[in-house]
Design a protein around this ligand. Structure first.
Ligand code: FE
Ligand code: FE
Ligand code: ZN
Length: 294
């Protein structure tokens, strides 16, 4: 099982600290933002202790393709009305692709964005044309993974049809893949109790070979709620059994699973969640205990 979580990236150890955090959870994959997810200030890659991080990954037997990078979520490729927002999406993405390339990671997860005051169709066409604008900056070593969204507000990319349409409009689809988020899929209306049926649909609309990353999260809201609030594994409406079945599905065995579940009290739940998923046993009390821990 290739499984890990979102981990922090912060001074003084930066990426080396991220890898050490992942190893402390006994993870075999990890995901980082190259800086704060809510802003676009970034340190040069040369500050990030990349070679030390790679060395540590190597020692632990984790290939670099299991280190996923997530673009900040304030980038909105679907906005077509505010030129500064559009310009930021392009310029930041160009730099981010270069950073991912320099780090030596393979997958950059990107939210397709929100159409704000236009309409879904305009949003999808805008996101595609924005990505086509930066086509010259694509790197052969970096796959941009469009994430399936919950459909909150004016988000695009919450149906597999919309993701397929976006991919259809791209000049260089070979540089693109998909990140499937189980909380988002549930909130968008998909039945995560029948993952094989979801994968069949994914395969016929997009092609399973494009599935590069799975965000494994439970959801605080019922199927179809279009909310996007992540719950701890087994603590939400998808439930432990379905999430464990997704983690173990043989058709996606090669796809890294990344937990983006909330902290409990002041503590990261990832070590416990990873161990529960590996064992196939839900241990609510181990998670709940985190609440009382100082
Ligand atoms: Fe995301
Ligand atoms: Fe996600
Ligand atoms: Zn989410």
């Amino acid at each position: 099982m290739i499984i890990g979580s979102h981990v922090s990236l912060s001074a003084p150890d930066f990426l080396l600290g991220s890898v050490n955090e992942a190893l402390s959870y006994d993870a075999s994959a990890l995901m980082v933002y190259t800086g704060a997810p809510q802003n676009t200030r970034r340190r040069p890659v040369t500050d990030l202790k990349v070679s030390e991080a790679k060395e540590r990954m190597k020692e632990a037997g984790i290939p670099m393709k299991h280190m996923i990078i997530h673009a900040p979520y304030i980038i909105n490729p679907a906005n077509s009305t505010k030129e500064p927002v559009m310009e930021l999406a392009r310029s930041f993405l160009i730099q981010e692709i270069e950073r991912v390339h320099e780090i030596g990671a393979s997958f950059l997860v990107l939210h397709p964005g929100s159409f704000t005051d236009t309409d879904p169709d305009t949003g999808i066409r805008t996101a595609a044309s924005q990505l086509n604008e930066i086509a010259d900056s694509l790197s052969d070593s970096v796959t941009i993974c469009l994430e399936t969204m919950a459909g909150k507000g004016s988000e695009i990319g919450y149906t597999l049809e919309q993701i397929a349409e976006l991919l259809d409009h791209l000049k260089h689809p070979e540089h693109y893949g998909v990140c499937l988020d189980t909380c988002h899929m549930n909130d968008a209306g998909y039945d995560m109790q029948d993952f094989d049926a979801v994968l069949d649909q994914f395969d016929s609309l997009i092609g399973l070979k494009r599935l590069c990353v799975i965000h494994l999260n439970d959801s605080k809201n019922p199927r179809g709620a279009r909310k996007d609030r992540h719950a701890n594994i087994g603590m939400g409406t998808i439930g432990f059994e379905a999430l464990h079945a997704i983690a173990e599905n043989t058709r996606t065995a090669h796809v890294p699973k990344i937990l983006e579940t909330p902290y409990i009290g002041k503590h990261a739940p990832y070590g416990i969640e990873i161990s529960m998923l590996r064992k196939g046993v839900f241990e609510a009390e181990r998670l709940n205990e985190l609440n009382d821990r100082v």
